[in-house]
Design a protein around this ligand. Structure first.
Ligand code: NZQ
Ligand code: ZN
Length: 385
């Protein structure tokens, strides 16, 4: 096992009808900015419940955070925080709203050029303070509710923003708030969570059985839960399993002490930035081909994944790996996510644009071993087309 620090201070408040408890978790004297997205939380009544739980506190609202939140939109919220002396941020929405709120939390007290915060990759932001924040999560997918990461869109790119100061103080996870999600967003959530686990698990062996067995348990939970939670959208127990799996997929626990890949995410981010394909759909496109091209680098873990997650035991090593890749693709398709780039209206000539964008963003040495070059990214995309 590799050396690691494990730190996660987020208080999870899990369960149905607990929004009144917001009152206990936000300082009584706080001036609160409530941030939300394109209106789903208004339509389904969640925002009203949140506002009424805040009681006599002074509250300002900021709506309109779009999927793949844009720097320019978030800077409008930063201006409000500064102008109104806001001292607590409450995100009510999916990953985009939670991520956007994290960026606002870091940028509002920052005295330099806020756009410079987008260029620190997976390293910590050079900040000494952030506005405290909490979340009411309405979409199980990103894990943003219990991690220190965010992704912000700017000038045709998607940029990770990480800081331990950006862990939410608390997150409310009420599975029943997710019953209103359209099927495609539930499917996106399943695939995003699944691939978060894969990027931290299918790398090379690191003698980390606790992390491996937990990752395998989460993958199997998602495989079992997916058809049920899609068929019965208001089945509380099934949705609970999805919500908690998605949180655990990216709260740092399974990623402690093991190598990480993230090449599927980095290539996927360019597909979203260039073509507007939903985040999870880009992952479903890239992941099977990335494995096909990197079979030898990941051989041991792919064989472990085949056996322990899909119960594939017969055939040669290559046959078992190919079968596991096939099962993974079929799983993504089974929830309703297409896995070929050509099915998303992208022309073959546009693959060069993706390579140019990867180069521009410094994504030239990806993966757990830092040797996934632009040529390999091109081969992955050609295979995925
Ligand atoms: O904007 P509203 O009107 O709220 O509608 C949203 C949006 O259209 C809707 N929605 C959310 N909750 C709903 C609902 N509709 C009905 N009922 C509900 N309960 O769903 C749509 C998509 O929302 P969004 O927040 O964009 O989706 P998701 O949670 O998948 O977040 C995607 C973003 O997270 C980033 C992605 O790059 C992308 O920008 N990621 C963040 C990560 C992190 N912080 O650790 C890691 C991930 O890998 C990912 O990159
Ligand atoms: Zn993701």
């Amino acid at each position: 096992m590799q050396n690691f620090d494990y730190y996660n201070p987020t208080h999870i408040v899990f369960g149905r009808d607990r929004l009144a408890e917001l009152d206990k978790l936000i300082p009584a004297e706080a001036k609160v900015l409530v941030l939300y997205g394109g209106g789903s939380v208004k339509r389904f009544g969640t925002l009203d419940k949140v506002i009424s739980s805040l009681g006599e506190r002074s509250v300002v609202e900021f709506g309109g955070i779009e999927p793949n939140p844009k720097f320019e939109t978030l800077m409008q919220a930063v201006e409000i925080v500064r102008r109104e002396n806001v001292d607590f941020l409450l995100a009510v929405g999916g990953g985009s709203v939670m991520d956007g709120t994290k960026f606002v939390a870091a940028a509002a007290p920052f005295e330099g050029d806020e756009a410079s915060l987008l260029y620190h990759g997976f390293g910590p932001l050079p900040i000494s303070t952030a506005i405290p924040m909490g979340t009411v999560a309405t979409l199980p997918a990103t894990g943003s509710e219990m991690n220190m990461g965010a992704v912000v869109s700017y000038q045709g790119g998607k940029f990770p923003v990480m800081s331990p100061l950006n862990y939410p103080k608390f997150s409310f996870l009420d599975p029943s708030l997710t019953f209103t999600l359209p099927d495609i967003q539930v499917a996106n959530g399943i695939v995003d969570a699944f691939v978060h686990i894969l990027e931290q698990y299918v790398t090379f062996p690191a003698n980390a059985p606790v992390q491996d067995r937990t990752a395998e348990g989460l993958l199997k939970t998602l495989i079992e839960t997916a058809p049920l939670t899609l068929a019965e959208k208001d089945n509380y127990e099934a949705r609970s399993a999805l919500v908690w799996s998605a949180t655990w997929a990216l709260n740092g626990f399974i990623g402690a002490g093991v190598p990480h890949d993230w090449s599927t995410h980095m290539i996927g981010h360019e597909l979203t930035a260039l073509f507007g394909i939903d985040h999870a759909q880009t992952l479903a496109i890239v992941q099977p081909s990335a494995w096909k091209l990197r079979k030898d680098k990941k051989r041991a873990k792919l064989l472990q994944y085949a056996e322990r997650v899909w119960d594939i035991r017969d055939g040669s090593e290559d046959q078992r790996i190919d079968a596991a890749i096939g099962k993974t693709r079929a799983f993504f398709e089974s929830v309703g996510i297409k896995t070929r780039l050509s099915e998303y209206g992208v022309a073959q000539e546009q693959l060069s644009d993706v390579i140019d964008a990867l180069e521009k963003h410094g994504m030239t040495a990806l993966s757990e071993s830092g040797d996934l070059t632009l040529d390999i990214s091109r081969a992955i995309l050609e295979d995925a087309y």
